[in-house]
Design a protein around this ligand. Sequence first.
Ligand SMILES: [Zn+2]
Ligand SMILES: [Zn+2]
Length: 426
Amino acid sequence: MVWSAPGFREITIDSTAGGHDRAGLVGAVDRMPDFPGLTGDARAILAGTRLLVVGTGSVGGRIAEHAARCRVGEIGLVDPKTFSANFDTQVTRSRSDIGRPKAAQVGAWAKTISPSSIVRVFDGSVQALSWLDLDDYDIVVASTDNLLAEVYLGETCMALGLPLLYASVHGPTLCSQVRVFMNRNGDSPCPSCGYSRAEREQLSSGTRFSCDPAAGGEADLDGPPTVSVSPLCSLAADMAMLEVLRMRLRLGSAPCDCVRELNGYTGASVTTPLSRRAACGVDHTVLERVYLDRPLGECTLRDCAEAAGVTGDEGIARTSFAVDDSLFAPVLTCTACEASHEHNGFVDRRRGTLPRPCRACGHHGLAPHPFRSFDRLIPARAGGLLPHLDVPLRALGADGRGVVVRYGRKAVLLRWKSDRTRDTTS
Ligand SMILES: [Zn+2]
Ligand SMILES: [Zn+2]
């Protein structure tokens, strides 16, 4: 069986209940306003926008629907959960929605509303995707109630220089909130910068290591279910989508790191700047980008180091690499008899075992050695990648979707220049 990494699935119009609308009147009426100050074509800009919505529940489900009604060209939807019998706040439409995956169901609705949009869904947690999947989008809007997902998104969007909007509600105080993280540079704030001591303690007490048998549950550090009223959830979704429109269409003042709040008790709307907390434990490095004109899989690590500006054997020896979403396994271990097998290759970190035969016992199932593998940033020196510098990445088992080269304070993300290359100049 061929293993494929967890990833998005595209929703086709034929798979939706609105399949019959394909040749119908969907989108035939245009209500796009003439925005004062707009310098481009709003419809074209939105059609060229790629929006990732993480969490498609009470707030995110409505953001996805707004994105479809605004004819956003590509809409990605991520949610590991299924619809419950909550008709009070969720976008559930009928009894038959209960028990269905939220992302797929919301994706089908979005596709029905906007058949011209490319709608992709992933019915799992955002951490189960590759971090490079996020780089296919221009903006991430999240509404997850899950602290681990929030930290992960904060860290990943920061590294990718990807704007992140976090929409949430506080039901008892009738407060809707959108936190805007522009992730322009290392001085930008991240979600963790604003955590209270209680949240930080919750995070550290909830941290589980991958060798913990209980690790990997998607409900880890989930907040309590949304206690709110429907209009408040809708309001948070509206505020988030208005911010997306403002950002993409460049309306009003330049977007900044801030929290926007609207309080239902007072009717007051407040915008407060967000700033970086010096003691924040999250890495605030925004990766510099270099695009190569050939597939990374054909390149060697030496090519990558040189493209990132690191030259000479001494320089490369002090360099660390992160390749795709992989760990580097010098050795694989048989899952039956624990015999070791030399491997010297990359293995996707989301992959448990490789279906290779063990030479000692014949069992099919070899896994990266838990203590002898290198995760994420892999040093060239100290038993790392130095002996493999001149081997093409594909021959080392890597796909070559993205390579991070770190040398001193330099941190560069290398990608193959393709038509999906994100414009990071705005
Ligand atoms: Zn931070
Ligand atoms: Zn064996």
